[in-house]
Design a protein around this ligand. Structure first.
Ligand SMILES: NC(=O)c1ccc[n+]([C@@H]2O[C@H](COP(=O)([O-])OP(=O)(O)OC[C@H]3O[C@@H](n4cnc5c(N)ncnc54)[C@H](OP(=O)(O)O)[C@@H]3O)[C@@H](O)[C@H]2O)c1
Length: 254
C-alpha cells in the first residue's frame, strides 16, 4: 500500500530488515518518504526485497556490539536518526529447556536482547538530538508462557522491559521507546519451529505488513503522544493471554 510522503525528511534505521517484519517496515517507511537505512547479516536480501525503493543496505550482525556501534554512528553522523526499529530476532528448533545449552542460551540472548541493547545504546545520542522514536519488536511470547522456549521467552521479556525502562528514563528528553508485541506473524522465523505451522494457521496469522503498519502508526504520531507498548494478535487465533486454539493447535506466539 502506498503511503503519502508523511515521513519525508525523516531518517529511519531498521535492524533485522532482510525479511519479514523488518523488511516490510523498511519498504513502508521508504514509500512514505523516509530515508531508510536497513541492516542485517544478508544485505543482498535487503537489496532484493526493497527492489527500487530508496533503501540503503548495511551488513550487520547485531550480536557484535562494536559493529552495531560503528553502523549506528555511520548512519547517525551522516543522516541523523529519527526512528530506530529493532526487528532482528531468531529462535532455534531445539528450544525446550532440556534441549538448550549454555552456548545456545548465550547465542539467543546475544541476538535477541543484547543486540537490542547495543543498538539502543549507540543510537541514544541521535534519538535525543531528533527527539525521536525507538521501536523494539518484542513478542507476546515474553508476556505469557507458550511453546517458543525459555530462552526465546526470556529474551523477549527482557526486550520489552528494555523498552519500558528506556522510555521511563528518556521520555523527558523527548525520546519515545515502544515495545511492539506481535502474536504469530507469517514470516520465515516460523520455519525454525520444531513443527512449522500448517497453511491454515499461516493464513490466519498476522502478515509482516500488519506489524509494519503498527510501526508506521507509531512513527507518524505527533511527538507529544507516546505509546509505551502495542500488542497485536491475529483475530482468529489469539487473544490477550490466549495462545491455544482447539483446532488447529496453536501453541506459540514466536
Ligand atoms: N513471526 C512471528 O510470529 C513473530 C511474533 C512475534 C515477534 N516476532 C519477532 O519479530 C522480529 C522479526 O522477525 P520476523 O518474524 O520478521 O522473522 P524473520 O523474517 O526471520 O526476520 C528476522 C530478521 O532478523 C534478522 N537477524 C537475525 N539474526 C540476526 C543477527 N545476528 N544480526 C542481524 N540481524 C539478524 C534477519 O536477517 P539476517 O538473517 O539477514 O541477519 C531477519 O532480517 C523478531 O525479533 C521476532 O522474534 C516474530
Amino acid at each position: 500500500m502506498m503511503q503519502d510522503a508523511v515521513l519525508s525528511g525523516k531518517t529511519a534505521l531498521i535492524i533485522g530488515a532482510s525479511s519479514g517484519i523488518g523488511l516490510s517496515t523498511a519498504n513502508l517507511f521508504a514509500e512514505a518518504g523516509a530515508k531508510v537505512h536497513a541492516a542485517a547479516r544478508r544485505p543482498e536480501a535487503i537489496r532484493a526485497g526493497a527492489g527500487d525503493r530508496p533503501v540503503t543496505p548495511h551488513a550487520l550482525d547485531i550480536s557484535d556490539g562494536e559493529a552495531v556501534r560503528r553502523t549506528v554512528e555511520e548512519v547517525g553522523e551522516s543522516d541523523g536518526i529519527d526512528v530506530l526499529v529493532v526487528a532482528a530476532g531468531m529462535n532455534f528448533p531445539e528450544r525446550r529447556l532440556e534441549q538448550l545449552t549454555p552456548e545456545k542460551w548465550d547465542a539467543m540472548l546475544s541476538v535477541n536482547l543484547s543486540g537490542a541493547f547495543y543498538a539502543v545504546h549507540a543510537a541514544l545520542p541521535y534519538l535525543r538530538a531528533s527527539r525521536g522514536l525507538c521501536v523494539l519488536i518484542s513478542s507476546v511470547s515474553g508476556r505469557w508462557p507458550d511453546a517458543s522456549g525459555p530462552a526465546y521467552q526470556s529474551s523477549k521479556a527482557g526486550m520489552t522491559e528494555l523498552a519500558h525502562a528506556a522510555g521511563f528514563e528518556e521520555h523527558q528528553n523527548g525520546v519515545r521507546f515502544t515495545a511492539v508485541l506481535p502474536g504469530i506473524v507469517d514470516t520465515p522465523i516460523l520455519d525454525n519451529r520444531p513443527e512449522p505451522p500448517p497453511k491454515e494457521v499461516r493464513d490466519a496469522a498476522l502478515k509482516p505488513e500488519d506489524v509494519a503498519q503498527a510501526c508506521f502508526f507509531l512513527a507518524t504520531l505527533p511527538p507529544h503522544a507516546y505509546v509505551p507498548e502495542l500488542v497485536m494478535v491475529p483475530t482468529a487465533l489469539q487473544a490477550l493471554g490466549k495462545t491455544s486454539i482447539a483446532t488447529p493447535p496453536m501453541r506459540s506466539g514466536e
